[in-house]
Design a protein around this ligand. Structure first.
Ligand SMILES: Cc1ncc(COP(=O)(O)O)c(C=O)c1O
Length: 425
């Protein structure tokens, strides 16, 4: 019989061919062999309840039968065309129907690309250059997005600090950084700088909720100063509600970006806006000077579109979002109870559909305040969760619709053990 490769052998192989031993995404100390429903298995056969769900896309769980059927139906018809195809067009229609700010959409292959084009589109439309971004806001890997994403050094606002090597100072010079949830700071910047094209924001910044009135305040300020409002809905789209954060919070941006769920687990993302803004992708309307050249080999890929379309069809069914919120609420409650029982100060931060625990007594308002009082506690807690069969990132917990009563029981036990592992007594 052929000897199976163990997880530690895979890890060693990865270390020789991948920088830092991994794809850059997640702890390279685990190698996932397969996923099914709410569970994933590593290469040693260890089973986990999956609260990472591919960093968000697998909201229905792994291998949902209806999504599989849609993909398998498309596969023999063709995998990619670099041309318009019915599945991509139907997906665009479904997004336009669901998402308030979208009259038209343009497909790309990743969320980071969508954010990069959203920024470029705002510049093309307004004829201005500067972009206001919030400290700690994540918008992919473009040069602009790498500004003050996770700065270790505190500088004065609105100075932008790159979080990556290889970015010229000229990019930082076009960026203004503000603290999330601080309307007064945003207003002051808008008054001081009349060359701001857009404010880009995650409507739920990582897991930090917008304070009541903050998003509407941004909307009002943007309108007053002729600035476009971009909501990065790569995570929140089709998660917080079918129409995303803009539906949930009742604030419509000018441009939004979508990814993760709309590709059903395949590489697909999009940006969308009114037809008036999106006309900058149409040279025949705006002319060469105002045209955004944009194309991509996998844009509108039919397999991804088929998976995304089916995922959205399932999410649209009655009760989906109530169920998701119910699962999230139970996961929050079980963690709070377990930590209360061992008297560990903590705060649950986020939305029922996406959240995590902060081991803090402080506020959860912006990048600088949403910090663990004791980061080691977070590491120990998450390590114990992993040891007890829970797969999640140390900064986020993504509930999925695949979670069963049995998964919740298993999670409850793991959470109780993890809470005890950090208990001071
Ligand atoms: C809010 C947000 N924007 C953009 C991105 C980038 O998306 P992608 O990883 O598909 O490039 C992510 C990825 O997690 C995200 O969370």
């Amino acid at each position: 019989m052929q000897k199976l490769t163990t997880q530690s052998e895979w890890i060693a192989r990865a270390q020789s061919v991948l920088p830092a031993g991994g794809f850059g995404n997640f702890d390279p100390g685990i190698v996932i062999a397969r996923g099914e429903g709410s569970r994933v298995w590593d290469e040693d056969g260890n089973e986990y309840v999956d609260y990472l769900i591919g960093s968000g896309p697998m909201l229905l769980g792994h291998g949902h039968p209806e999504v599989m059927e849609a993909v398998l139906e498309q596969l023999p018809k063709g995998m990619t065309f670099f041309a318009n195809n019915a599945k991509g067009i139907a997906l665009a229609e479904a997004i336009v129907e669901a998402v308030p700010c979208c009259e038209q959409v343009r497909f790309v292959a990743s969320g980071g690309e969508a954010d990069m084009y959203a920024i470029r589109l705002a510049r093309a439309y307004t004829g201005r250059n500067k972009i206001l971004k919030f400290e700690g806001g994540y918008h992919g890997m473009s040069a602009e997005a790498q500004m003050s994403l996770a700065p270790e050094r505190r500088v004065n606002f609105p100075q932008a600090v790159p979080d990556s090597a290889g970015i010229p100072q000229s990019v930082a010079d076009q960026m203004l950084i503000a603290p999330f949830n601080d309307l007064a700071a945003v207003e002051a910047l808008l008054i001081e700088h009349n060359d701001i094209a857009a404010i880009i924001a995650e409507p739920l910044q990582r897991i930090i909720p917008a304070a009541p009135g903050f998003l509407q305040g941004l909307r009002n300020l943007c309108d007053k100063h002729g600035v476009l409002l971009i909501f990065d809905e790569i995570v929140t789209g089709f998660r917080l509600a079918y129409g995303g954060a803009q539906e949930r919070y009742g604030v419509t941006p000018d441009i939004c970006t979508l990814g993760k769920i709309i590709g059903g687990g395949f590489p697909l993302a999009a940006l969308g806006a009114s037809a008036e803004i999106m006309q900058h992708f149409d040279k025949s309307i705006v002319g060469g000077d105002k045209w955004l050249m944009q194309l991509g080999t996998l844009s509108g890929n039919p397999i991804a579109a088929a998976a995304g379309l089916k995922t959205m069809e399932i999410l649209k069914r009655d009760g989906s979002y109530d169920s998701l919120r119910d699962i999230g609420r139970r996961l929050q409650e079980m963690q709070s109870s377990a930590l209360d029982a061992v008297e560990i100060p903590h705060k649950i931060c986020g939305d029922e559909t996406l959240f995590d625990i902060f081991f803090t007594t402080g506020a959860c308002r912006d990048y600088r305040t949403a910090k663990h009082d004791d980061p080691a506690r977070n590491a120990t807690y998450n390590k114990a969760l992993r040891q007890h069969g829970i797969f999640k990132s140390p900064g986020k917990l993504y509930p999925s619709l695949a979670i069963t009563a049995e998964d919740l029981e298993k999670t409850k036990f793991a959470v109780e053990q993890a809470a005890k592992s950090i208990s001071p007594t």
